[in-house]
Ligand binder design. Structure first.
Ligand SMILES: C[S@@+](CC[C@H](N)C(=O)[O-])C[C@H]1O[C@@H](n2cnc3c(N)ncnc32)[C@H](O)[C@@H]1O
Length: 276
C-alpha cells in the first residue's frame, strides 16, 4: 500500500500500542514498528534545535483519550468511525453489546486490519462480533446514510483524518455527515484539527510529521491553510451543524482524564451537534 495514507495509520497505530491503549496490541506488526521508528528518528532529527517544541505523540494520546471519553459518554447506540485505520477503538468499545460500532476505511486498509486480527484468538473473537462492522469505502463518495439505521442517533468520529483533506474536501465531507445526522437528536460529530495558523512555525511537530509522511506516502502531507478555529466553526455551521465548538485538551472535563496536560502539545478537537 505504498503511496497511501495507510502509512500514517501504521504510525498512529504504533502510538496506541506503545501507550498500552486497550486492544491496540491486536494491530501490532513489524511494518508499523518500522514506520514508527523511522518517523520518530526523522522527527527527532528535525527537532534537534527545538527541544521545547510541541510533542506529537503526547498530542495524539490526548486526542485519542478525548475521543474515547466521548464514546463513553454517548447515550446512543451507534458509533461511526471514519478513516479508522488501525485504531483499536471499535475493537474495544464493541465489547459492549448494546453499542453498534461501524468503522470505515479504504478496502486495502481493512484487509490488513482483518489479517492482523486473524493472527490471535482474541482478534478472531473481536472480528466475529455482530456489533462491529468494517465498511470498505472511499469517504469522498461513500453513501453515509446507508451505514446507520434511519432515526438512530449516531456519534461520528474522524480521528487523524481532516488534516489530510483540503478545505473544499473537508466542507464536502462535513455536508454529507451533517445530512446523515440531521434530525437524529443526540447525534454529534467529533474530530481533531489544529488550524494551520495555530501550529508552531518552522519546526512544528505537525509540519515535520507532514513532511515525513509526505515522503512515505508519495506526497500526501498535511493540507494546511489559514482558517482560524472561528472560521472552521462558521463553516461547520454553514454545512448544517449546530453549536460547533473547539475543545482543547486543557478544557476537557477532568473526568475524561486527558493525559500530559502539563506538557507542550498541539491538539484541538471540534465538536458539533446535529440539526433538528
Ligand atoms: C492518519 S490515519 C488515521 C487512522 C486512525 N483514525 C488513527 O487515528 O489511528 C488516516 C486514515 O485515513 C484513511 N483514509 C484516507 N483517505 C481516505 C478516503 N478517501 N476514504 C477512506 N479512508 C481514507 C487512511 O486509509 C488511513 O487509515
Amino acid at each position: 500500500m505504498k503511496g497511501s495514507l495507510f502509512t500514517t495509520a501504521m504510525y498512529t497505530g504504533q502510538v496506541w500500542v506503545r501507550a498500552g491503549v486497550p486492544c491496540a496490541a491486536l494491530f501490532d506488526c513489524s511494518e508499523a514498528r518500522m514506520v514508527h521508528g523511522a518517523s520518530s528518528f526523522l522527527m527527532a532529527a528535525g527537532q534537534l534545535f527545538r527541544s521545547d517544541g510541541p510533542q506529537l505523540e503526547l498530542a495524539l494520546l490526548q486526542r485519542h483519550r478525548m475521543l474515547d471519553a466521548l464514546v463513553e459518554e454517548f447515550e446512543g447506540k451507534y458509533v461511526l468511525e471514519l478513516a479508522a485505520g488501525l485504531s483499536p477503538r471499535g475493537s474495544r468499545f464493541s465489547s459492549n453489546e448494546a453499542l453498534h460500532y461501524v468503522e470505515v476505511d479504504l478496502a486495502p486498509v481493512l484487509s490488513v486490519k482483518r489479517a492482523l486480527m486473524a493472527r490471535t484468538v482474541e482478534g478472531q473473537e473481536v472480528a466475529l462480533r455482530e456489533n462491529l462492522q468494517f465498511v470498505a469505502g472511499d469517504l469522498r463518495s461513500i453513501d453515509l446514510a446507508g451505514l446507520i439505521p434511519a432515526g438512530e442517533p449516531v456519534l461520528v468520529i474522524g480521528e487523524g483524518l481532516f488534516m489530510y483533506l483540503t478545505a473544499a474536501e473537508q466542507r464536502s465531507l462535513w455536508q454529507r455527515i451533517a445530512a446523515l445526522v440531521a434530525g437524529r437528536a443526540g447525534s454529534r460529530l467529533a474530530f481533531d484539527l489544529v488550524p494551520g495558523c495555530e501550529q508552531a512555525p518552522g519546526g512544528a511537530t505537525g509540519h515535520l510529521l507532514g513532511k515525513v509522511m509526505g515522503a512515505f506516502t508519495g506526497g500526501k502531507g498535511f493540507a494546511l491553510d489559514e482558517r482560524t478555529r472561528e472560521v472552521l466553526c462558521n463553516e461547520l455551521q454553514q454545512c448544517g451543524f449546530v453549536s460547533p465548538r473547539p475543545l482543547a485538551p486543557g478544557d476537557a472535563p477532568k473526568s475524561w482524564r486527558v493525559p500530559h496536560l502539563e506538557l507542550p502539545t498541539e491538539q484541538l478537537l471540534f465538536l458539533a451537534e446535529a440539526s433538528a
